[in-house]
Design a protein around this ligand. Structure first.
Ligand code: GTR
Length: 328
């Protein structure tokens, strides 16, 4: 048994023995976030903590740990599921390998636009994703905006899939993203967010992909000077809570948690729009070379094997994929 599993089991035993007192005593929750101070998600998570305290009259409190100080995202997902953490803001990417329904948002080009994504999440498909999350111990309280992800690298502009051939590209830990890079002829390198800057700088990888705010906040733009507007992924993020913790709350407390999350998400969406623009301006002012890819059809066509593999691995999710594709 590995250390993480042992820890999980002992944490669960402690939680079971202490279950009753935990639920009656006001306990400070612990929240995970990967981003630095001033990032829209960081500000919004602090707002969530503030609203929770205010709306519950101090009964529910949350201490936020930012900048990934409580570990990498794959570890934090595990911790949230077993109750080592109560709250987290996650990108849906690294959740995909655990929740197949939620992995649908990581299919490249599945969303036609951000508006399309929001409509999908508000509808039946969103419900299926949320049910999948709950089955794995997480409840989504609200969706955060994470814009769209594009490629950037230290070598050259990417204009067609042929430009990716032989390139070493960092991806988030999810086989779909590795498959995406392979389908373009590149070499995927899954690694933690915190390691990407150094890896770009030292040539361990040639490129990566992310949204404008993360490209800027991490300093990746200082070392990977070619930004190609592929917008191959539009992935939402969630403000999630451990399912056991949430389901043990009174209806009144659930309402408070939900309201605080929805208000914090509204702030995040507002700040996101501003930061997207500001980050882009900062990168451009620093001399980053940006190229548009007006016709993305060659990239989209290259993704057929990625979709085929996802559907072969998850045949029951075909209706979900079709539902998203059919949503206007
Ligand atoms: C960011 C996202 C993070 C993390 C990161 C990454 O856009 O907000 O949660 O997933 O990307 O590339 O690892």
């Amino acid at each position: 048994m590995n250390c993480l599993k042992k820890f999980a089991l002992s944490a669960m035993t402690v939680a079971l023995i202490a279950g009753f007192s935990v639920s009656v005593q006001a306990k400070e929750w612990r929240g995970w976030n990967i981003h630095v101070a001033g990032y829209p998600n960081t500000v919004a998570m602090d707002k969530f903590a503030e609203l929770l305290k205010e709306k519950s009259g101090g009964k529910m409190t949350l201490k936020m740990y930012h900048s990934g100080t409580l570990g990498s995202q794959p570890d934090a997902i595990e911790q949230l599921r077993i109750g080592g953490l109560e709250i987290a803001n996650f990108n849906m990417g690294p959740i995909g390998p655990i929740v197949p329904e939620a992995n649908v948002v990581s299919l490249p080009f599945i969303f036609k636009s951000a508006d399309h994504m929001w409509r999908v999440l508000d509808g039946e498909a969103g419900k299926m994703i949320n049910d999948g999350l709950e089955k794995k111990g997480m409840i989504s309280l609200a969706w955060f905006d994470a814009g769209s992800r594009s490629f950037y690298n230290t070598k050259k502009p990417i204009e067609t899939p042929a430009d990716v051939v032989g390139m070493k590209v960092r991806v988030m830990s999810n086989d779909l993203y590795s498959g995406m890079i392979k389908a373009l002829g590149g070499n995927p390198s899954p690694m933690a967010f915190s390691e990407v800057y150094q890896s770009l700088k030292t040539g361990v990888v040639d490129g990566a992909e992310n949204n404008w705010p993360s490209y800027e906040s991490t300093g990746h733009y200082e070392v990977a000077r070619f930004h190609s507007d592929s917008q191959h992924l539009i992935i939402p993020e969630i403000l999630a809570i451990n399912a056991g913790v949430y389901n043990a709350l009174s209806d009144e407390d659930k309402k408070i948690v939900k309201e605080a999350a929805v208000e914090a998400a509204a702030l995040q969406h507002e700040l996101w729009k501003e930061r997207e623009k500001a980050s882009q301006e900062k990168a451009l002012a620093a001399g980053v070379k940006v190229n548009d890819i007006p016709d993305k059809s060659a990239f989209q066509a290259a993704m057929v094997p990625v979709y085929d593999k996802y559907l072969a691995d998850n045949p029951t999710l075909k209706p979900l994929v079709e539902l998203i594709q059919k949503t206007d």
